[in-house]
Every structure is written in structure tokens, then in C-alpha cells.
Design a protein around this ligand. Structure first.
Ligand code: GSH
Length: 196
């Protein structure tokens, strides 16, 4: 989001799920995201990467942060993986380009998500649990261009969660959340993911 906001033009390299070597060769283990600097040095940790990119030129993460947004992030994260994880392998995502890559994901997630179909079958119940959290978020949005009025780390916390959970067919965001989601996606030039 910071790179998009600044027009930094990062080169995005998708790692197919079964291509562990792509990560291990760079940092010695399976982990993403990895930012590879122009001199070839890899950088790990999302927030370190965010801060590094924000430090290039004029910062864009200039808005305040609110503790209630971090709390709400945790509340979302207690529910959304049950909706999103069993849908990702059904989506035309580049990291699952081959059947081998998709099956690698399914096998890797088997312990935590032994029955993805069962989770998908409970969609209505998870959406009902999610509704009051999204309603709380609706009341916290100060501006459709930035959750706290000026772009901040709280936008980096919230927008990716909205973008991922938006894959759920039948999910309707409350009005201000929907306006925020559409405005941010448009500003950042992000395409919505398909809904299933
Ligand atoms: N603290 C790290 C966590 C990185 C992390 O957990 N990444 C996950 C994907 S979101 C991962 O690499 N999982 C291992 C895998 O995909 O095999 C960060 O914020 O960058």
C-alpha cells in the first residue's frame, strides 16, 4: 500500500506455493513477504518493509493510529480466516497457478484446516459473527480516503483484511466500510478479487 501510494513501482514476484526454494535461496527459510533491495539484500518483516518504503522520499504514513483499530483488527482476524482460507485455493490466484501448487497449499494447511468444505458450509454462521465487528468498524471510519482522516498504519492494518474477506460471496459491508473499501482500492489501483 505504501509503495502504491508513493508510486514506487516495486517489481512483484509471485512465489508459487510449492516453490519453497525461491524463499529459502533468499532468506534460508519459507517466509513471505521478502523485499529484495536493489543491491540484492533481502529484507524481512512486513512492518520493517513498510517503514523502509515509507522512509524513501516523503513519508505517506503521516496519520495518527488508534488503539481501537488494532483491537478491531484482532477481532476481524479471529473470524475471517475461517471464511478466507477455504476459499483461497478455489480462486484463480497466481500462487496456485498449477494443481501442484494448489495441492501444496492444501496439504500445508491440513493440520489447521482439516475440512475446508465444512468451513465453507458454515459461511452464513461466520458472516453472522462478522457482522457486529464490521458494524463497529463502520462507526470508526473518519474518511473514505483514510480510516483516521490521514493515511496511517491503521489503513495498512485494515484494508488488506477487507480485501481478503471481500472474496466471500454474499458478504455485504456496511455503507461506510463499503465506501472506504471502494475508495481505497481505487486510489491504490487494486483490482478486487473474485467472489465465491
Ligand atoms: N512477522 C512476519 C510474518 C510473516 C509470515 O508469517 N508470513 C506467512 C504468510 S502471511 C508465511 O510466510 N507463511 C509460511 C508459508 O507460506 O509457508 C511478517 O510480518 O512479515
Amino acid at each position: 500500500m505504501v509503495a502504491a501510494k508513493k508510486g514506487l513501482g516495486l517489481i512483484e514476484q509471485v512465489v508459487e506455493d510449492d516453490d519453497s526454494a525461491a524463499m529459502e535461496d533468499l532468506v534460508g527459510r519459507r517466509v513471505i513477504p521478502i523485499l529484495v533491495l536493489d543491491d540484492g539484500q533481502p529484507m524481512l518483516e512486513s512492518w520493517d518493509i513498510v517503514d523502509y518504503l515509507d522512509g524513501l522520499g516523503k513519508p505517506v504514513l503521516t496519520g495518527p493510529e488508534r488503539p481501537e483499530i488494532a483491537t478491531l483488527t484482532d477481532q476481524l482476524l479471529a473470524i475471517t480466516p475461517s471464511l478466507t482460507m477455504p476459499r483461497y485455493p478455489l480462486l484463480p490466484l497466481p500462487e496456485f497457478r498449477t494443481v501442484a501448487a494448489r495441492d501444496h497449499f492444501l496439504v500445508r494447511k491440513r493440520a489447521a484446516y482439516p475440512d475446508m468444505a465444512q468451513l465453507r458450509a458454515q459461511t452464513r454462521s461466520f458472516l453472522a459473527q462478522l457482522a457486529p465487528v464490521l458494524d463497529s468498524l463502520d462507526g470508526m471510519i473518519v474518511d473514505p480516503n483514510a480510516i483516521n482522516g490521514t493515511f496511517s498504519r491503521d489503513d495498512v492494518r485494515i484494508l488488506p483484511l477487507l480485501r481478503s474477506v471481500a472474496v466471500v460471496e454474499g458478504l455485504q459491508f456496511p455503507p461506510r466500510v463499503q465506501e472506504y473499501f471502494e475508495t481505497m482500492m481505487e486510489t491504490l489501483g487494486y483490482q478486487p478479487l473474485p467472489r465465491i
